[in-house]
Design a protein around this ligand. Structure first.
Ligand code: G3H
Ligand code: 13P
Ligand code: ZN
Length: 308
């Protein structure tokens, strides 16, 4: 079975752009992704974590994604951080375009056998698989101290050969969430270079790529919020990584959550008698789409890359 996502990942590798992989959590956040992808003529990935899938329910997720594809066929549905064979199988059976099996907290051989099992099943149904090697830290973990959690280039080569994954998430020092770095981050671009030398045809995935715009954090705090330590990946560094390396998929969740919620705070506090959800949700959707347009055009360089 043909998988159009594969076409775009290969194109991204060749032309040095990346597909934004955006986590959505409701209809409005997905509409922001659709809108931005249409405005910029971009391919993009709409992804859900296991908990987002539970939150919206599988019927809503699949029918929302089906609708999104009617607007832009270059939008692909992906399972983010699937932790078991069962959840990946469920996503494959539901018609997702790709799944991530995240066995990164297992031993190499356990990760390898779980990932291989998922890849065998997914590939038999024409679905792509993302694996992860090395650990991408979570909210407020300090990435600098855990040297041994970075992806080893030699192990990455062995892992991709043995598992047959279509994309590999690499741990080079980024972390998930909104409080990323307690001191200036040291991103291991040297490791990325070694990985892509050994695996020149494998699309690599960067997780934890939210940039946490200071202006948006200010809006959040100006309208009653309390985010004291929020900080993200440097936008300049992210641009350089996308332009110069084999990162073909850039995972972004926190930036959508933050733009949506800070705009909601602003709208609710500036229009205190407003009680029609359509009014303030519309503004949150608009703000989020605006942020995504900027990323697609100026950070991921996916604008005008839509072809199918
Ligand atoms: O990478 C993790 C994502 O940000 C998903 O987080 O499980 O709260 O949806 P979540
Ligand atoms: P952020 O928390 O930086 O948005 O990362 C999201 C992510 O990697 C989802 O898999
Ligand atoms: Zn992630």
């Amino acid at each position: 079975m043909e998988n159009n996502l594969k076409f775009y990942l290969d194109k991204a590798l060749k032309e040095h752009f990346a597909l934004g992989a955006f986590n959505f959590f409701n209809m409005e956040s997905l509409q922001a992704i659709i809108d931005a992808s249409l405005k910029t003529n971009s391919p993009a990935i709409m992804q859900v974590s296991e908990s987002a899938l539970r939150y919206m329910g599988e019927d809503f997720v699949t029918s929302l994604a089906k609708t999104a594809k009617k607007f832009n066929p270059a939008l692909f549905l992906h399972l983010d951080h699937g932790k078991s064979f069962e959840i990946c199988k469920k996503a494959v059976d539901l018609g997702f375009d790709s799944v991530m099996i995240d066995g990164s907290d297992l031993s190499f051989s356990q990760n390898e056998s779980l990932t291989k099992k998922v890849a065998l099943y997914a590939h038999s149904k024409g679905v792509l698989v993302e694996g992860e090697l090395g650990q991408i830290k979570g909210v407020e973990d300090d990435v600098d101290v855990a040297v041994n959690s970075f992806t080893s280039p030699e192990k990455a080569l062995e892992f991709v050969k043995k598992t047959n994954v279509d994309m590999l998430a690499v741990a080079i020092g980024t972390s998930h969430g909104i409080n990323k770095f307690s001191r200036p981050p040291c991103l291991r671009v040297d490791l990325l270079q070694q990985i892509e030398k050994l695996l020149p045809c494998t699309p690599l995935v960067l997780h934890g790529a939210s940039t946490i715009d200071k202006e948006i954090v200010k809006t959040f705090n100006d309208f009653g919020g309390k985010l004291e330590k929020a900080n993200g990946l440097s936008q300049e560094l992210l641009k350089k990584i996308v332009k110069e390396h084999n990162i073909a998929k850039v995972n972004t969740d926190s930036d959508l959550r933050l733009s949506f919620t800070s705009q909601l705070r602003k709208e609710l506090s500036e229009n205190r008698s407003e009680f029609n959800p359509r009014s303030y949700l519309d503004k949150a959707r608009e703000k989020t789409a605006q942020i995504l347009v900027y990323k697609m055009e100026n950070v991921f360089y996916s604008a005008k890359k839509k072809q199918l």
